[in-house]
Every structure is written in structure tokens, then in C-alpha cells.
Design a protein. Structure first.
Length: 219
């Protein structure tokens, strides 16, 4: 096998692991929000317990990236591809951490009636999951246009968060009784964690654009 063929094979394997990690992270987000909406304590605990596997994959991917740089000594676009993968690993790991944060909220609220039906939080979760998957698809395909269009979806996430923020703060300012007040604050944190997932998906998209074009774009 030529050095170039060896590098391309290693990079392909790296991309496969990144996609697998993206699936794990987005499934954790989905399950955490489902657990919150359905008040499913067992599902929430599953998300918390599953975080160790994602952390292990994070370390494995980081080592793969460093090994590629050390052994293959990539330059220019090749180096940007490996560097992008390294940074994406961090974003995916943080997305999984936010899923755990939401699952922990689900555990805290599992035994009390919700102050409102959860509509906007699951809607946010669906959008940010799609954003993560699309960002990784743009990486695999080397498609900066797809990455840019996906980054712009973060405006929709921010808009939903702002509306939900106003609604939940309304509960707080209206002087709700203590249980409702504490729950409103917890739901506000859950929404904030999803907004951060959208930010991490945007980060991944921006890294794709830089990887392909060498341009630094910010959305």
C-alpha cells in the first residue's frame, strides 16, 4: 500500500468513527428530551450511563488524529481535514454532555406534573439533531455550501429559544409557587442546552467550510 493510499484509508476510517460518534451523541439528545417529555426515569438514566462510551470514543478519535499527523505528516488541505476532525470530536463530546445535562433535569422532574406540555423543547431537539447529522454529511462530502446552509438553521433554533425564554421567564415573574418556579428554571436550562447543541453543530459546519476553502466563516 502506498503512503497516500494508507493515509486515505486512515482518513476514511476516521470519518466513519466521527459519524458513529455523531449518531451516539444525537441519539443521546433525542433520548434525553424524550425522557423529559415523557417523564421516563429509566430512559434518562440510560443517557447518563451511556456517556462513558462516548467519552471513550472521544479519546480514541483524538489519538487517531494525532497518529495521522505524526505518521503521515499531512499538509495543506489534508492537514485541515485531520485538524477539523480533531475539533469536531470536541464538539460532539460536548453535545453528548448537554444530553446528559438534560437527562439529569429529566430525573429531577420525573416525579412531578409538568407545568406545561413540552412542545418547543422537542421541536428544538429535532432541529439540532438534523443540524448535527447534516454538518457531518457536509464534512464527509467536503461540501461547504451544504455546511453553510446548515449553519444558517441556527437562527431558527435561536428564535425558538428566545420565544421559550420569554414564556418561561413569564412564569417566574408572575410569582408562580415554588414547585412551578423551580420547574420553569429547569426547563429553561434544558432549552439552553439544546441551543448550545445548535451552536456546536454550527461550529462543525464552520470547520467544514475552512477545511475545504481555507476561509474562516462565522454564523
Amino acid at each position: 500500500m502506498t503512503p497516500r493510499a494508507g493515509y486515505e484509508r486512515a482518513l476514511a476510517e476516521l470519518k466513519e468513527k466521527l459519524l458513529a460518534m455523531a449518531v451516539m451523541a444525537t441519539e443521546a439528545v433525542r433520548d434525553a428530551v424524550d425522557a423529559l417529555a415523557r417523564q421516563d426515569r429509566a430512559l434518562a438514566q440510560k443517557v447518563v450511563d451511556g456517556d462513558d462510551a462516548i467519552d471513550e470514543l472521544t479519546y480514541e478519535l483524538e489519538e487517531d488524529c494525532l497518529r495521522l499527523i505524526a505518521l503521515q505528516q499531512p499538509v495543506a488541505g489534508d492537514l485541515r481535514a485531520v485538524a477539523a476532525a480533531y475539533r469536531m470530536t470536541t464538539d460532539l463530546e460536548r453535545i453528548a454532555d448537554h444530553a446528559v445535562n438534560i437527562a439529569e433535569i429529566a430525573l429531577r422532574l420525573a416525579d412531578e406534573p409538568l407545568i406545561k406540555p413540552l412542545i418547543d423543547i422537542p421541536r428544538m431537539a429535532g432541529i439540532v439533531q438534523e443540524m448535527v447529522h447534516t454538518s457531518l454529511r457536509a464534512y464527509v462530502q467536503g461540501d461547504p455550501e451544504l455546511a453553510a446552509a446548515n449553519c444558517r438553521r441556527d437562527d431558527e433554533v435561536d428564535r425558538i429559544f428566545a420565544e421559550l425564554f420569554d414564556e418561561l421567564v413569564g412564569y417566574i415573574l408572575a410569582g408562580a409557587e415554588r414547585r412551578a418556579l423551580v420547574q420553569a428554571i429547569n426547563l429553561l436550562f434544558a432549552a439552553r442546552y439544546l441551543e448550545r447543541v445548535g451552536d456546536h453543530a454550527t461550529n462543525i459546519g464552520e470547520r467544514v467550510i475552512f477545511m475545504v476553502t481555507g476561509r474562516k466563516e462565522h454564523y
